[in-house]
Design a protein around this ligand. Structure first.
Ligand SMILES: [Zn+2]
Length: 288
């Protein structure tokens, strides 16, 4: 079923004001009826930081480079996060986990999900130290394991193997489901991992796909796009990044499939609001 997509431009700051004032006037009983799942793709330049919000429960997937941790924490504060029910550190590259140590020091975290792989970088060692200082126990991703976040659920779809040459392929992948709406996030998973996801026995059909590896040609294979058939694709990438992300071939594939694309390098932070049937996108900048 094709989902209706609305493209709305409201400055994020204004959005908080609107949300705040609405809360003041909406009666308690109406609040439950109008419950929505929000997915915030936070603009952290070249990197990933995604906040998922359902019924006052929160999950953070990655937190950009270390220098971005203040931006992420400020954003979470502004959104009203008091604690994080889940943190997913998709894989040990610094553009994903760099900001996480500060976030974990700042917020109580209930569960942290990380792939079973070690990396010798200072950033990764620092994250492990912070995890143990905060007495957190790492949960390893197991395919098919399901978790609840507010009124939504998510299931682990990657990684499917225990050894890869490329660190990107260790990326934790999830399918997030809220009523009729679904989303796929898989860090920087490349084609090798995508092909395994196709065989993992979980239906990958989803409304929204966060393009893995910032829209690089290492990922978003034709077969994977054919299986997910998203109506919305998201790219999280830095303006004029040195890797040329997102790559032209991927943009072309997205265009040919008539998928609506949102990019943090063009539109800043993107909020997807899902009511269980339709998804509305709100961006903080208008695309030039
Ligand atoms: Zn990355």
């Amino acid at each position: 079923m094709k989902k209706k997509i609305l493209r709305i431009f409201i400055p994020i700051a204004l959005l908080f004001l609107i949300t705040e004032s609405l809360h003041t006037f909406v009666p308690e009983s109406d609040k439950t009826n109008s419950s929505i799942l929000k997915v915030h793709i936070i603009d952290v330049g070249q990197g990933d930081a995604i906040l998922i919000e359902s019924d006052n429960q929160y999950m953070l997937i990655d937190a950009g480079e270390k220098g971005m941790s203040n931006i992420v924490i400020d954003y979470l504060e502004e959104t009203g996060v008091n604690e994080l029910d889940y943190v997913i550190a998709t894989h040990p590259h610094s553009d994903h986990i760099g900001g996480l140590a500060d976030v974990i020091d700042y917020y109580h975290v209930d569960k942290i999900i990380m792939p079973d792989v070690v990396h010798t970088s200072k950033t990764f060692e620092n994250l492990l130290d912070t995890i143990s200082e905060n007495e957190l126990k790492i949960t390893k991703p197991i395919i098919g394991n399901e978790y609840t976040i507010g009124e939504a659920t998510f299931v682990i779809i990657a990684p499917n193997s225990s050894y890869y040459d490329a660190l990107n392929n260790y990326s934790v992948g999830i399918k997030l489901i809220y009523k009729e709406n679904s989303f796929i996030f898989a860090g920087d998973a490349e084609k090798e991992s995508e092909y395994e996801m196709l065989e993992c026995g979980i239906d990958l059909d989803a409304d929204v796909l966060k393009l893995s590896h910032h829209g690089s040609t290492t990922s978003s294979s034709q077969r994977f796009l054919d299986a997910v058939t998203p109506s919305i694709a998201i790219v999280s990438a830095g303006i004029d990044n040195q890797y040329g992300h997102p790559h032209a071939e991927i943009l072309q594939a997205i265009k040919e499939r008539k998928i609506t694309l949102y990019r943090t390098d063009k539109e800043g932070t993107i909020i997807l609001k899902a009511d269980g049937e339709n998804i509305v996108a709100v961006t903080s900048r208008q695309r030039e």
